[in-house]
Design a protein around this ligand. Structure first.
Ligand SMILES: Cc1cc2nc3c(=O)[nH]c(=O)nc-3n(C[C@H](O)[C@H](O)[C@H](O)COP(=O)(O)OP(=O)(O)OC[C@H]3O[C@@H](n4cnc5c(N)ncnc54)[C@H](O)[C@@H]3O)c2cc1C
Length: 474
């Protein structure tokens, strides 16, 4: 279609949209749109003819129906905190779900709450807490990430080991389909054997099958006590063995098991204020263990005997158990500051990979050898959620070279080798950040033809005109 005709069509579309949603629901103001069309790290810049801000599911439905009528593609957006260039529009109509931030229902006896897509994760956690329950999802972007975005990226975070990913935390969903119809699947059921579990399709779909407008989420009992320890050890294999012992000793109450390399700790000490090393040592690795228990009695003894036995078995070199909230906060702050310190150190090739827990140590050892051989001038910072097999395996660009040129040129062969290794170990090239535009091309050849065919068939069935976040994921 010639540009002037397309422009006239867009003007007509915006007029109809404004009539349907009212002026509050539509914006073409460049200042208002600006933060929505670039990512928080400033890597990607997109554009959109219009920002749509529906306040209800019905308004989302009206907007999507109009998009279908005008043949316009849609990019859904929540907190725009995603890591893989999935939520930035490149000419698509941008639908922000942020105004849809109501609590629909809390059913304490059913351990469930129903929230709209725009509710921020910290608000969901607080709501659970005020109802004497726990909503366990927790991650670095929790102050901005929305329920809709977390569902669409199947977010994980630091408690996956005990509670699972977003996929495991969902009971029901409400979505607007690409033709604008509303599907109300907001069921608070733990058992429902009535055929395909359709909500699963929308979890991790990155907005490619429709818009999530609300969800019914699982709640859990609040633990009465958390015991947190900082452990020094020599090898990743010892960390994995310690994890197995911690799970057995606590009856599955390990809610955090995070690994930090000595170099990562050194960067945190260098770049982040108010941090001290809890247990200075030349050893190569640190592990943060957290047990969440229903009773304070015996909790400290449990952690002490776990660590005492591990020391006796020569699995660990040293350990400190937090005596108070400030010490717990220090241990977690070190872990959570690793990405910040890494950024201060320089740009890096990022690999958000996972392996079966039993092969994490092998991945870390072989991955390090590979980096030392292929890129001896680079620094390696490998850290993260050993407890669920997810490692952030990041390789900084060499000092003194153009970092961007390296990351997009020579560095790509290092990334390919790391992903080859993770695939050999039956792992995944994207453990928690998703695919977006960033890893779309690689996904297509990394997954089997059969798997890609099934994914494309689902997409075609629900979105035959490819108007929902086109060019992302598939
Ligand atoms: C500092 C930091 C730390 C992080 N740590 C972790 C971590 O430990 N574990 C982890 O798993 N992830 C982590 N993440 C990634 C995080 O999970 C995502 O950033 C978050 O889930 C995205 O939520 P959002 O509301 O910002 O969605 P957006 O970034 O706005 O969107 C993400 C994707 O979902 C789609 N989308 C958004 N809303 C909807 C909707 N309502 N319906 C349909 N599609 C929609 C978008 O089109 C896009 O494809 C981290 C991110 C940051 C910035």
């Amino acid at each position: 279609m010639p540009d002037d005709q397309r422009q006239a069509r867009i003007v007509d579309f915006i007029a109809k949209l404004t009539a349907a949603l009212g002026p509050k629901g539509v914006s073409t103001d460049a200042h208002e749109i600006e933060p929505h069309v670039k990512d928080w790290r400033g890597r990607w810049q997109g554009s959109t003819p219009v920002l749509v801000k529906p306040a209800s599911t019905e308004e989302v439905s009206k907007a999507v129906k109009l998009c279908a009528e005008f043949g316009l593609a849609v990019t859904p957006q929540g907190g725009n905190s995603g890591m893989v260039n999935g939520s930035i529009p490149y000419g698509e109509v941008l639908i922000s779900l942020k105004r849809m931030n109501r609590v629909r229902n809390i059913d304490v006896l059913n351990d469930a709450m129903t929230l709209e897509a725009g509710v921020i994760l910290t608000q969901a956690q607080e709501l659970a807490d005020t109802n004497d329950r726990l909503f366990p999802l927790s991650l670095g972007a929790e102050g901005v990430a929305t329920i809709g975005g977390l569902i669409s990226t199947n977010a994980g975070g630091v408690a996956v080991l005990r509670y699972g990913m977003m996929r495991d935390l969902m009971l029901g969903i409400e979505a607007v389909l690409p033709d604008g119809r509303i599907w109300n699947g907001l069921r608070g059921l733990r058992k429902d054997n009535t055929g395909y579990d359709l909500k699963q399709l929308f979890i991790g779909a990155e907005g490619t099958l429709g818009l999530v407008t609300a969800a019914t989420l699982k709640l859990f009992p609040k633990p009465a006590v958390k015991e947190t320890a900082w452990v020094v050890l020599d090898t990743p294999a010892q960390a994995v063995e310690l994890l197995a012992r911690a799970k057995a000793a606590s009856g599955g109450a390990v809610t955090g098991f995070e690994i930090v390399p000595r170099f990562g700790l050194e960067l945190v000490l260098k770049h982040v204020p108010d941090i001290r090393d809890p247990l200075p040592s030349p050893a190569a690795w640190r592990v943060l263990i957290e047990l969440s228990l229903p009773r304070p009695e015996g909790a400290r003894d449990m952690m002490e005997s776990l660590l005492g036995d591990a020391a006796e078995a020569e699995l660990i070199l040293d350990a400190a158990i937090a005596d108070n909230e400030a010490q717990k906060a220090l241990f977690w702050k070190i872990r959570e500051s690793v990405p910040v310190a890494e950024r201060a150190h320089g740009k890096a090739l990022k690999h958000d990979v996972s392996a079966p827990v039993s092969r994490v140590a092998e991945f870390l050892e072989r991955g390090e050898a590979l980096v030392r051989k292929m890129a001896p001038q680079c620094d390696l910072i490998a850290f993260g959620h050993v407890g669920d097999g997810n490692i952030h395996f990041n390789v900084t660009a060499p000092k003194g070279v153009d970092a961007d040129a390296y990351l997009e040129g020579e560095g790509l062969s290092v990334s390919k080798a790391i992903h080859d290794l993770i695939m050999e170990l039956n792992g995944s090239i994207s453990a928690e950040h998703g695919i977006g535009k960033l890893k779309r091309a690689e996904l297509a050849w990394r997954k089997s033809q059969v798997e890609m065919d099934m994914m494309r068939a689902v997409k075609k069935a629900l979105d035959p005109d490819n108007r929902m976040n086109p060019g992302r994921l598939l």
